[in-house]
Design a protein around this ligand. Structure first.
Ligand SMILES: Cc1cc2nc3c(=O)[nH]c(=O)nc-3n(C[C@H](O)[C@H](O)[C@H](O)COP(=O)(O)OP(=O)(O)OC[C@H]3O[C@@H](n4cnc5c(N)ncnc54)[C@H](O)[C@@H]3O)c2cc1C
Length: 473
């Protein structure tokens, strides 16, 4: 195993190969390992793929820079990831999103309209009728719900804002973030901020204004708004990987776990050979389903609850055109398609407008998202069918003409965990069922954004440290 030392020089620590073993080299596992290493814990990380980053993956192909996973990142002042970016020396490599990205288009009747971002545009937008506008303005008079019952996002939005804002603002936003539908998600679990604005401030408008004013005071100039890195999002994973150095092993698949009296033993496959490794503590930083598989043999463990967390499939098509082939100015972040519009795609990111260097000179890159919870069939369509569907949608919505000079598809069978009704309760049960020394990290626990996935890794590491189950150095 050239890339990871199972035994540090000087031999095993108190009979174990390491103090804490992290399984999974996505952003949550990297966060856990980095946090532990900073605290002086003897930690190793194993990742089954040949690269670090998991969903975070940047690929260069024929002069285009493709993001297979997140295309950008946002951090709030309180996010652990923000501190890590500074410590990793990445603040200098930040690439802020173009100011154009404030423009976000929503499809209505086959045409694109920008989401209103100011009061005058709110009163002019064709995305809402006058009734729709009035139902939003009346929101501040809607009393908070106090029955303690969990609500779907659509129920919450209908109750507070009305049907039209649900259809043309919230539904497309949910497609863009969760690849889902507002009927399927729990407002408390998937959008805790919305639930808090209602509970703490009495409403969304009131709470939104107060939060915005407070945030403006604490926002830093460097981390304002959305950003990526020169070189793409993989820069983040590579920077953490470099800090972890020899303590990381890639192309190592953890296939089995066994509880020992005071620790854990895992079986792993590397280069078609089976190895074993023991640790005092274990962090599983995988998807919920992968954690369920590993814990499957443990009758008292949370496998059933982990397996019950649904994931949306997402297929991504990358299309590169010459600028002259596209009639739309692509002056924005991208477009989203509300469910009521019955389009075949979820949305499009105008990648080459968002960040420089995403397409060769004179070309544009469009990143098209397909599938999600309500489009499982189309997510699984054959490549040729998918290409035909995507190009037809692009021609209708953005006026692209002819064949693209570049076309590539990437598929995520299980892209985004779904925070459905009962999710928070399920996560509490999962955590309760974990044996001492075992922690979980991942985007199905504390939020799906990169910043929240990172926070889940920090939390798992801190749980281990707080448990006091440390091995002598
Ligand atoms: C298409 C897409 C677009 C996104 N866009 C954005 C965005 O724009 N902004 C944003 O903030 N977030 C975005 N996200 C969400 C964000 O990228 C993810 O939530 C986050 O990267 C997940 O990190 P993770 O560590 O929880 O999981 P993962 O990245 O899935 O990492 C888990 C890792 O565990 C490894 N693993 C699993 N089982 C084993 C095993 N048995 N042995 C060894 N290794 C194992 C896997 O190979 C994987 O690398 C997007 C996600 C996707 C899929």
């Amino acid at each position: 195993m050239p890339e990871v030392q199972t035994n540090k020089p000087g031999g095993k620590v108190a009979g174990f190969d390491c103090d804490t073993l992290v399984v999974g080299g996505g952003i949550s596992g990297l966060a856990a390992a980095l946090t532990l290493k900073r605290k002086g814990v003897d930690v190793r990380l194993l990742e089954s793929r040949g690269y670090l980053g998991g969903a975070v993956r940047t690929v260069r192909d024929q002069g285009y820079l493709l993001e297979f996973g997140p295309n950008s990142l946002m951090v709030r002042p309180e996010d652990e990831l923000r501190e890590a970016l500074v410590e990793l020396g990445l603040s200098d490599r930040i690439l802020p999103a173009s100011p154009l990205s404030r423009n976000r288009y929503v499809v209505k009747g086959g045409s694109l309209f920008p989401v209103p971002m100011s009061l005058p545009s709110f009163f002019r937008t064709p995305l809402l009728s006058w009734q729709g506008r009035m139902s939003i303005l009346r929101e501040w008079r809607v009393p908070p719900k106090n029955d303690g019952q969990e609500e779907t996002l659509s129920h919450f939005v209908r109750r507070r804002l009305g049907e039209e804002p649900l259809q043309y603002f919230i539904d497309p936003f949910v497609k863009g973030v969760y690849a889902s539908h507002p009927d399927l998600l729990s407002v408390e679990a998937a959008f805790p901020l919305l639930a808090r604005l209602e509970q703490e401030h009495g409403g969304l408008i009131r709470g939104g204004i107060r939060t915005y004013l407070k945030r403006r005071k604490t926002e830093s100039a460097v981390f304002r708004g959305m950003f990526s890195f020169e070189g793409g999002m993989s820069v983040l994973a590579e920077a953490i990987g470099a800090k972890l150095g020899q303590d990381v092993g890639t192309s190592v698949d953890v296939i089995k776990y066994t509880r020992l009296e005071d620790g854990f033993r895992v079986a792993l496959m590397y280069d078609e050979t089976e190895y074993y490794m023991t640790s005092r503590n274990l962090i599983l930083a995988t998807s919920a389903g992968q954690a369920a598989d590993l814990l499957g043999g443990d009758a008292d463990g949370p496998s059933a609850e982990l397996n019950a967390i649904p994931y949306a499939p997402v297929t991504i098509a990358y299309a590169g055109f010459s600028k002259e082939q596209v009639t739309h100015p692509l002056d924005g972040f991208g477009l989203l398609c509300p469910s009521v519009e019955n389009r075949k795609i979820l949305g499009v990111v105008f990648s080459s407008s968002l960040f420089p260097g995403r397409a060769p000179d004179g070309k544009v890159l469009l990143t098209v998202f397909v599938g999600g919870m309500t489009g499982q069939k189309i997510a699984n369509a054959f490549d040729e069918d998918l290409e035909r569907i995507v190009l037809k949608e692009l021609a209708e919505l953005l006026g692209t003409g002819g064949k693209p000079e570049f076309f590539r598809i990437h598929r995520w069978e299980k892209a985004i965990p779904q925070y459905v009704l009962g999710h928070n309760e399920a996560v509490r049960t999962i955590r309760k069922k974990l044996p001492p020394g075992l922690s979980l990290a991942g985007n199905y626990l504390d939020g799906i954004s990169l910043a929240r996935a990172y926070a889940s890794g920090v939390r798992a590491a801190e749980e281990i440290v707080a448990s006091g189950r440390r091995l002598p150095a």
